[in-house]
Design a protein around this ligand. Structure first.
Ligand code: ADP
Ligand code: ADP
Ligand code: MG
Length: 460
């Protein structure tokens, strides 16, 4: 049994992990940057160590400092959360060589799924469809044009190392492809330190549907159903729900098929611990593998609410070498859960980040409402990190009840001092197409352009 775990992250996910540890009677060590001295995860952990300046490259991404903190405090394991070092195979190896358990897949599985072009090939080997596209990294302009000619426009140029919705661009013809190819490479080099890009067919108005999986060290891999994450802004998730209305209403047979496909990919990579296999689904029910996220995800809580399974607790048990106690047949999906990501951003100013001091803070509660957040009144949101300040999750016996609870809870959520996306989420929840469960990844763009039109008309 682990006695002490270091949490190599910040914000709501660090709090989430500390909570799971406390329930398992495991002591915790927080690491924090100078900007996070007053952060909730520091206050909740048993011990806390400052590891450097605000910039992530000087703190949360510093492997040497995190390992030193782990050695000084004598922990048994490190939980990396999401983002930062969570998908860094080298970090997992360093932990291993220092005799500290990394709570996540081992470096071999991570490498097998590391870059997106490589994992595409792995998916194909598993017999899982991928969007038509290049066989790997596209090395030059001529090859890019040849791929586009073969698959037809529109195409998407994607960074093999991309993440968080960044490093993607769409091209509709040869001219924009050539231009986009070079810009994308330059941007990828700058953002991810890797200029590799690949090309795949741009699927129009698709649905983003992903499957949560869990694998233990005995080779058992199960899935915990899907999450529909099609409500996105600039390829970043805004609202997620489970089960997927698209699957429920239109393509019921896909649940079993895609779940099996997700497991196959994980099996081929000898995957252990928690992970997510992401797909896009087109309007006729074709599904394509996108990528595998080799970590706990932001939206994991909605799966917990409908399955009754604590995913972070499972991650810790699996890392300790415990076999999974649940088989596929035991997984029962009950009810419906929705998550809204609450960001400190101004929806009326192109979602510009709004860091600063939270004056008043009141979070919703009541039956079927869960808030995972590190925010509190008087807390100053630093500008150095992403702007998510909390996740509002509601659970109901069906989709309608979960939506009604979400609208009610959004209405109760009071945060002053900084701008938040609460009103924007409320607009999504009120939208008739969202209410009907009819939406694709273009939903937010359409909603925003409609709102803009209304504003212009009002002014005129
Ligand atoms: P999800 O929300 O499904 O868990 P995201 O892709 O939105 O996955 O990423 C979750 C977190 O990890 C976000 O904070 C995001 O900014 C960060 N992240 C993901 N990939 C990268 C990357 N390659 N570089 C930097 N940050 C990343
Ligand atoms: P990230 O690592 O940033 O999460 P993904 O490959 O998972 O990148 O893609 C993020 C989002 O971008 C998807 O959920 C989808 O909305 C959009 N997207 C990615 N690839 C395609 C594609 N080939 N066609 C259409 N949309 C895509
Ligand atoms: Mg993704």
């Amino acid at each position: 049994m682990f006695e002490k775990i270091l949490v190599a992250n910040r914000g709501e996910i660090a709090v989430r992990i500390i909570r799971a540890c406390k329930e398992l009677n495991i002591r915790t060590v927080a690491v924090y940057s100078e900007a996070d001295a007053n952060s909730m995860h520091v206050q909740l952990a048993d011990e806390a160590i400052c590891i450097g300046k605000a910039a992530a490259s000087e703190s949360y991404l510093r492997i040497d400092r995190i390992i030193s903190a782990a050695e000084i405090t004598d922990v048994d394991a490190i939980h990396p959360g999401y983002g930062f070092l969570s998908e860094n195979a080298h970090f997992a190896d360093v932990c291993d060589s220092c005799n500290i358990r990394f709570i996540g897949p081992d470096s071999r599985a991570m490498n097998a799924l590391e870059d997106k072009a490589v994992s595409r090939m792995l998916a194909r080997k598993a017999g899982v469809p991928t969007p038509p596209g290049s066989d790997g990294i596209v090395e030059n302009e001529q090859d890019a044009l040849a791929v586009a000619k073969r698959i037809g426009y529109p195409v998407m140029i994607k960074a093999v190392a991309g993440g968080g919705g960044r490093g993607m661009r769409v091209a509709h013809n040869d001219i924009s492809l050539v231009k986009g190819y070079h810009t994308a490479r330059g941007e990828a080099e700058k953002a991810f330190g890797n200029s590799g890009v690949y090309i795949e067919k741009f699927i129009e108005n698709p649905h983003h549907i992903e499957f949560q999986i869990l694998g233990d060290h005995k080779g058992r891999i199960i899935h915990l159903g899907e999450r529909d994450c099609s409500i996105q802004r600039r390829n970043q998730k805004v609202v997620e729900e489970t089960p997927s209305p698209l699957i429920d209403h239109k393509f019921r047979r896909l649940r079993d098929k895609m779940g099996k496909a997700a497991i196959k990919i994980a099996e081929l990579a000898n995957y252990t611990n928690a992970g997510t296999v992401e797909f896009i689904v087109d309007n006729t029910g074709n599904y394509y593998f996108l990528e595998m996220n080799k970590r706990i995800q932001v939206e994991h809580a909605i799966t917990e609410e409908v399955t009754g399974i604590d995913l972070v607790r499972c991650q810790i048990m699996i890392a300790m070498g415990e076999p999974l106690r649940i088989s596929q047949g035991d997984v029962q999906i009950k009810g419906h859960a929705i998550e809204c990501r609450i960001n400190a951003e101004d929806p009326f100013d192109d979602f510009r980040p709004s860091p600063g001091r939270i004056e008043m803070y009141y979070q919703p509660g009541g039956r079927g409402v869960r808030v995972d957040s590190h925010a509190y009144a008087g807390y100053t949101i630093p500008s150095a990190y992403d702007s998510m300040i909390g996740k509002l999750v509601t659970f109901g016996k069906d989709r309608r009840e979960a939506m009604d609870k979400m609208s009610r809870a959004l209405g109760e959520y009071m945060i002053t001092g900084v701008k938040t996306t609460i009103s924007f989420q409320q607009a999504i929840l009120q939208d008739p197409n969202f209410r009907r469960g009819v939406y694709s990844t273009s939903f937010v763009e359409q909603l925003l352009s409609g709102a803009r039109r209304e504003l212009i008309e009002q002014k005129g």
